[in-house]
Design a binder for this molecule. Structure first.
Ligand code: PMV
Length: 349
């Protein structure tokens, strides 16, 4: 029998949600639709080396070595092992080969920037190519990416939105506002996007490099008993509807209203969970206030969004890059951990 071996490489971008996914059910299915900008500079590159197992080796066990940033990483290896083991019953080809996975991020891992989305997406794309190589399956491009997004979703929900490179916006989750939307996988956003949002800038301010005080897994679980959960899910739908129109019209005022509301609501939900969590730091609030003040003073449509952590994503049109970077360097940098921030922008086709 022929020995099959090879190397597969994929790069996947990080994404920043404008409409947030927070709360899930069943097998990693979202309780509301989400929409994200795809980033350009922040990405994960994953290489997967595979070699078919010898005849007498078990084909129903995962064989894995995991390297992160050129070092063997047991903690990540265990996580990935579990992920692959869970996939095994439906993706039996994963048991046919020895796997060595090498992963690295374009951004510093000590910066408190979540890398689960980009890393699970890159891995999922590698797995889809592995299936193709081992089983000679034929899929069209759309099916290929949908399967990658499906697998990425099982690793980390927001990773479903990171399998598409060079696509500015991605959505995940069933909504009447987007044709063919699905809870099972994310899709590239095909509705009109006004020029003002082309190469929209995202400067990521590192307020804290510490690990989050609540994992997103625990955060999603807390939504089950959150007294505002139902209202939140309805709000996500109406915010998405408003955002879709703002994206088409180039209406930055509505864009800002929706995007900042989504960030505040995410954090408010955490604050009124039981037990409660405050994920913002003092610096986060100072930065938010300064952004709002600068916007009022200059009329520049600059705004912010937050992940489930203390860092701030500052969003603004490319045409205001110079003034905004100047403002960030002078007024916001002092509130960043070790003065750190990363310049990124929304991916484009
Ligand atoms: O993919 P998870 O389970 O880590 O959840 C991510 C949740 C947020 O980043 C807060 C929002 C989102 O939609 O990305």
């Amino acid at each position: 029998k022929e020995i099959k071996k090879g190397r597969i490489t994929h790069q996947s971008p990080s994404n920043i949600a404008l409409i947030k996914y927070w709360g899930k059910h069943g097998v990693q299915l979202p309780n509301n639709p989400s929409l994200s900008f795809t980033l350009t500079n922040a990405f994960t590159e994953t290489k997967l080396d595979y070699q078919s197992k010898a005849k007498k080796e078990s084909k129903t066990e995962i064989s894995l070595e995991f390297w992160f940033e050129n070092k063997k990483n047991k903690k990540f290896e265990q996580k990935i092992y579990k992920f692959l083991e869970n996939l095994l019953p439906t993706q039996p080809f994963l048991g046919f080969v020895h796997l060595k996975i090498y992963s690295q991020n374009s951004f510093p891992h000590s910066a408190g920037i979540a890398s689960s989305a980009s890393s699970m997406a890159a891995l999922a794309l590698c797995l889809c190519d592995l299936e193709k190589n081992l089983l000679n399956t034929l899929q069209n491009e759309e099916e290929f990416y949908q399967k990658a997004s499906y697998l990425a979703r099982l690793g980390s929900g927001s990773a479903a939105r990171s399998v598409y490179s060079n696509i500015p916006i991605t959505t995940w989750g069933q909504t009447e506002n987007i044709k063919d939307s699905s809870d099972l996988f994310a899709s590239p956003y095909k509705l009109p996007i006004h020029d003002i949002f082309q190469k929209y800038q995202d400067t990521i301010l590192i307020v804290s490099a510490e690990e989050k005080s609540v994992s997103s897994r625990a955060g999603h679980a807390l939504m089950e008993d959150n007294p505002f959960a139902k209202t939140r899910y309805e709000l996500a739908h109406s915010n998405l509807k408003k955002l879709i129109i703002a994206l088409e019209k180039g209406d930055t005022e509505t864009f800002i209203e929706v995007v900042e509301n989504e960030a505040f609501v995410l954090h408010a939900l955490m604050m009124c969970s039981s037990p409660p969590f405050i994920l913002m730091e003092t610096g986060t609030l100072t930065i938010i206030k300064k952004i709002q003040k600068f916007r009022k003073k200059t009329g520049i449509p600059i705004c912010f969004t937050l992940d489930a952590g203390a860092n701030v994503h500052v969003l603004y049109p490319k045409k205001h890059k110079k003034e905004c970077l100047n403002f960030i360097e002078k007024k916001l940098k002092p509130f960043c951990f070790e003065g750190k921030y990363l310049k990124d922008n929304v991916s484009y086709q």
